[in-house]
Design a protein around this ligand. Structure first.
Ligand code: 3H9
Length: 708
């Protein structure tokens, strides 16, 4: 036995405990340890039953994801996997009771299903989340799960990847008993009760597998859903195929189909990208000069200044996390409008079944409207979310400096303005930081945490920790115009406009990027966010534009016509009363006229060029940001794009995507654009260097990690 797995005994019950912190990942060594323990317990005449349990905070969170990279890069061999171990457990002639707390995910649930009985702590979660990593269950999960929970639920769990609660698992028959109180003694007592009762092998249980006429609509509906909700992803469809195999073939044949599909997914670019995203999401929490041990400031109460769309959304984010919020506006009508919006948003969650009336009422009670700064002295943190104007922000921060207690965090939700200048309005710049939420704040997962020159480490650590509590992915960025996300989005949307001005239709630009996997095309995104936002910023910064350098104009012209996007019922598209986009040929004609006036030659543009121009504009700017040190690692940029800009997760983010294309190729293409379109396309020096050295952004991540 290894140190990772211990075998002990409580009278006639053998106890196998897995200890592979932090999440008991089922590495090959753990699997080997379990196999040895099962063999030993099986041979021991004094053992009447076996309890298999996880030590520490969880059962088994799945196979060791790090192993997958070793297999696909050829560093280790893909052996027989876990299947033989699971057969060994199922075949042992003593009942095996699997005791679950924390998470039984992926290979963890697959192992649990090979046991003869499962008991669980009430707060346990069970799931097959593999599709979120671009793979499918690879140890019989697609074959055993339908045998325990039925085909429809198994398809849903394997194709969508969301976990279920212990209570639901009990109802479905995935768990046999819930144990209140201490799990191990409860599991031992349960195992004594079932000694002598029939111990069924899951793989031989066929009663829930349904008939072809019952199953075929289930699979058809699941495929349709996968095509819309997990657009472009191969793993969900493979998972459905594998579960379907369980209903048509023997268990052994089904496992073979599962294995083939698993391998196909594992070796795909999609899975590599999604695994990159999984580890990336955890990597961004690691800040070299703000280590885990950094003391943090508690955030148990906050105030939000501004009850507009962003301020109201941010107040909801805090209330959703159980944190009380003072919501301040300048006058009663604005405050009333803000509160009405919050009520409306919560009501729509109730209508969609996402929240109950009761939980909404609890959240609403946490939001305390105010017109004054009177109670600001009591809060741990303030988030300013007023109109984007430096003078106003400085006035507010001056006021906050006067009213907030020492030690309070003073944060701005600015999306572009200089945090240091904002901080200069206070006597405590160390307390000032940017917390850039994304709209709709209560939905989007990204939180850019903007570090000013003086931002204190404990302030940074507190905001990073807070992001987790709020259910957000916090990414630390530097203080440059637009920070990381919007700074890159500028060139992306600029190119989209250029393409339209050069002859592409609005719809073809959106379609090409939608087909690439973006949640929305760039023109539709502009209409959603409001075209006037960029127009105002461009007007403010016009003096910084270099003479002779091409600038897009179509969007400014649309704004001059009052076409601000969805909010005015028209922008690049027209909108009906349900805010559905309707192509507007008039706009395409107008752009053609304006282009003719400006002397821009018209041509046909392929979807490949559309994608390259827009996505490589992101990559080139991302490389500059990295070089200038405004993002810590390339993966930080990827995580920003995956969580705040609708970049397809299965492409891993813009920098990872560039790696998969090959940086030499990307560099060559950008150089072509540079020649054709001039200085806006000058290749970023870092991209040039990596391309010439045959390196990738991912390698740079690793080099930087070593330095850190
Ligand atoms: C699978 O099982 C395939 C099978 O079908 C078999 C095929 C043959 N492996 O998330 P946290 C690390 S595929 C390796 O911060 P939390 C994680 O990187 C797998 N490492 O904690 C982090 O490391 P660090 C299916 C893993 O409490 C640390 O553990 N399973 C794994 O917020 C703590 O993680 C899944 O997809 C792993 N499986 O959340 C589940 N899991 O500290 C993936 C975690 O160095 N895991 N780590 O940054 C999760 O969803 C969450 O980690 C969990 C805990 C909910 C369990």
């Amino acid at each position: 036995m290894t140190d990772l797995v211990q075998l002990s005994k409580d009278k006639n019950v053998a106890i196998i405990t897995i200890n592979n912190p932090p999440v008991n990942a089922l590495s090959p060594a753990v699997a080997q340890g379990i196999a040895q323990a099962i063999e030993q317990a099986g041979k021991d005449d004094g053992t009447k039953a076996v309890v298999l349990i996880g030590g520490g905070r969880t059962f088994i969170a799945g196979a060791d994801i790090k192993e997958f990279g070793k297999i696909t890069s050829g560093k280790s061999q893909r052996g027989a996997g876990l299947l033989p171990l699971l057969l060994q457990i199922e075949d042992v002639r003593k009942p095996v009771v699997v005791a679950i707390h924390g998470s039984a995910f992926g290979g963890g649930l697959e192992l649990a299903m090979a046991g003869h009985f499962r008991v669980a702590a009430p707060n346990a979660q069970l799931g097959q989340p593999e599709v979120k990593l671009g793979i499918i269950p690879g140890a019989g999960g697609t074959q055993r799960l339908p045998r325990l929970v039925g085909v429809a639920k198994a398809v849903e769990m394997c194709a969508e990847g969301n976990p279920i609660t212990a209570q639901e698992a009990l109802r479905l028959g995935l768990v046999d008993h819930l144990i209140e109180g201490d799990l191990l003694p409860g599991a031992i007592a349960f195992s004594r009760e079932i000694v002598g009762k029939p111990a069924l092998k899951t793989r031989e249980r066929n009663d829930k597998l349904g008939t072809p006429s019952q199953n075929s609509p289930v699979f058809a509906a699941a495929r349709e859903k996968a095509h819309t909700k997990q657009r472009g992803m191969m793993a969900p469809l493979a998972a459905i195929d594998a579960v379907e195999a369980a209903t048509r073939l023997s268990f052994e044949e089904g496992c073979q189909v599962e294995r083939q599909l698993f391998d196909k997914c594992l070796f795909s670019d999609q899975s590599k990208a999604l695994i990159h995203a999984f580890f990336g999401e955890r990597e961004v929490a690691k800040i070299p000069d703000v280590p885990k041990e950094t003391p943090t400031l508690p955030v148990n109460s906050v105030a939000v200044v501004g009850a507009g769309t962003m301020g109201g959304g941010i107040a909801m984010v805090f209330a959703n996390a159980g944190i009380s919020v003072l919501l301040k506006e300048a006058d009663q009508p604005a405050l009333d409008r803000g509160l009405a919006n919050i009520h409306k948003n919560y009501q729509s969650s109730v209508k969609r079944g996402r929240l109950t009336e009761q939980s909404v009422n609890e959240r609403l009670k946490l939001i305390k409207p105010t017109l004054s700064f009177d109670d600001f002295g009591k809060v741990d943190m303030v988030v300013e979310a007023v109109f984007e104007g430096m003078a106003l922000k400085k006035e507010i921060f001056g006021q906050l400096d006067r009213v907030c207690r020492p030690g309070a965090i003073l944060a701005s939700n600015t999306s572009t303005l200089d945090i240091d200048e904002i901080a200069s309005a206070t006597s405590r710049p160390g307390a000032v930081i940017g917390t850039h939420f994304f709209s709709p704040a209560n939905i989007m997962r990204l939180l850019e945490i903007v570090r000013g020159q003086a931002s204190g480490k404990e302030v940074i650590a507190a905001c990073m920790q807070l992001s987790k509590k709020l259910g957000k992915v916090g990414v630390l960025v530097g203080n440059c115009r637009g920070f990381v996300g919007n700074r890159m989005f500028g060139p992306y949307r600029r190119e989209a406009q250029f393409l339209v001005e050069e002859g592409a239709t609005i719809e073809s630009v959106d379609k090409a990027l939608f087909d690439f996997g973006m949640a929305m095309g760039p023109m539709a995104t502009g209409d959603l966010a409001g075209l006037d936002v960029g127009w105002r910023i461009r007007k403010e910064y016009r003096h910084l534009e270099k003479p002779g350098v091409r600038q897009p104009f179509a969007e400014d012209r649309l704004c001059e016509l009052g076409r601000y996007g969805q909010k005015t019922g028209a922008g690049w598209y027209k909108y009906d009363e349900n805010r559905r986009a309707i192509p507007d040929p008039e706009v395409n004609d107008l752009v053609r006229e304006w282009a003719a006036e400006a002397g821009i030659a018209q041509r046909k543009l392929s979807s490949e060029e559309i994608v390259d121009r827009c996505i490589y504009a992101l990559v080139n700017e991302g490389a500059r940001i990295l070089d200038e040190g405004f993002a810590l690692r390339a993966v930080d940029i990827d995580i920003i794009y995956l969580n705040g800009y609708g970049f397809p997760a299965y492409r891993g983010g813009p920098m990872w995507y560039a790696d998969t294309v090959g940086l030499d190729k990307v560099y060559r293409r950008i150089s072509e654009f540079h020649q054709q379109h001039g200085e806006l396309w000058e290749p970023a020096p870092l991209l040039k260097r990596l391309a010439q050295e045959g390196k990738t952004f991912a390698e740079l991540n690793r080099e930087q990690a070593v330095v850190a």
